[in-house]
Design a protein around this ligand. Sequence first.
Ligand SMILES: Nc1ncnc2c1ncn2[C@@H]1O[C@H](COP(=O)(O)OP(=O)(O)OP(=O)(O)O)[C@@H](O)[C@H]1O
Ligand SMILES: [Mg+2]
Length: 337
Amino acid sequence: MARQRSILGLDVGTYSVKAVELTGIGDDVRVTGLGWERIPSPDMVEDTIHAVLANNNLRARRVVTSVSGRSVIVRHVTMMPMPPEELRQAVRYEADKYIPYDVDDVQLDCQQLGPADEAGSQIRVLLVAAKRQLIEEHIGMLKRVDLQPAMIDVDLFALANAFELCNARAELAAEGEAVALVDIGASKTSICVMKGMADCFTREVYTAGNAMTDAVAKRFGESPTAVEGMKEDPGEAISSMSDAMLPVIDDLGSEVRLSFDYYENQFEQTVSKVYVSGGSIMFPPMLDALKNSFELETNRFNPFETVNVEVADDVIIHEKASDMVVAFGLASRLRGM
Ligand SMILES: Nc1ncnc2c1ncn2[C@@H]1O[C@H](COP(=O)(O)OP(=O)(O)OP(=O)(O)O)[C@@H](O)[C@H]1O
Ligand SMILES: [Mg+2]
């Protein structure tokens, strides 16, 4: 008989902590726990994780989390075809070409993407490097809140994995269709253009919700903290707030369109639509503004529309659904465990 197992996907952002517990029996995966809490200040991250676990009765102790930001480096490189073990060695040997840190200070991982090219002379390799110290601190924090880290992932892959899991259930992208996933958080935007996992391109840019907050703060002569409150409850200020954010949205749009262009050149495949997620898209005018800026069909990515949810938390399931995508994608590693 298939064994029931649970994993907690824990997305510790700079603005909020998100948790999704997935429980699976065989291929069947259900959402059995959800949590969301705002981080009141940077020194309260651990307390916030603790609150997410305690307030939502989350029981799974095995956790998949992510490290992200500028000290995590994701590179797509081409190499000569070779077996996985040799690839690891070769990547280590050549790592200083791709990463700005001492190889001894980083944890390196790599994976071949897709088959070799037609001539059999090159393979595409995904390389991930994260500062050891960052990972150790992260693991230390998880242990202090009584969690058992099963895997440390990267937000960009969680985004892609969330999409894969949902796409297998509901046709979000047709066979052979390339789509872009754009997750707009507070400090960063994660971009993943993909046609299946093998043909994927990822990039992180540091234009996101904080830059929008700052633009509104400047226009209104308010503090960023006051603007955070206004973003959640804009009232009549909504259209002038939205106007103030436009230059930032346009900057972000150009970055995202650059990634489309790169993908289209590299893979000779047109990107046909975008799925957006992250806390920043909860601002009501955002979806339309992004659609205009991307110049492509743009949809909100809601993972709970495709997977069974056994939790009665209407706010998270409906209003915050798109903010839960990364946590959901982290938990989706359950399928390989
Ligand atoms: N209800 C809301 N309405 C409008 N904007 C919101 C709302 N809730 C959050 N935001 C905005 O979303 C952003 C936070 O998004 P998110 O929770 O995805 O960030 P994060 O994952 O913690 O950050 P990062 O991944 O960048 O470290 C903030 O800029 C915040 O102002
Ligand atoms: Mg985030």
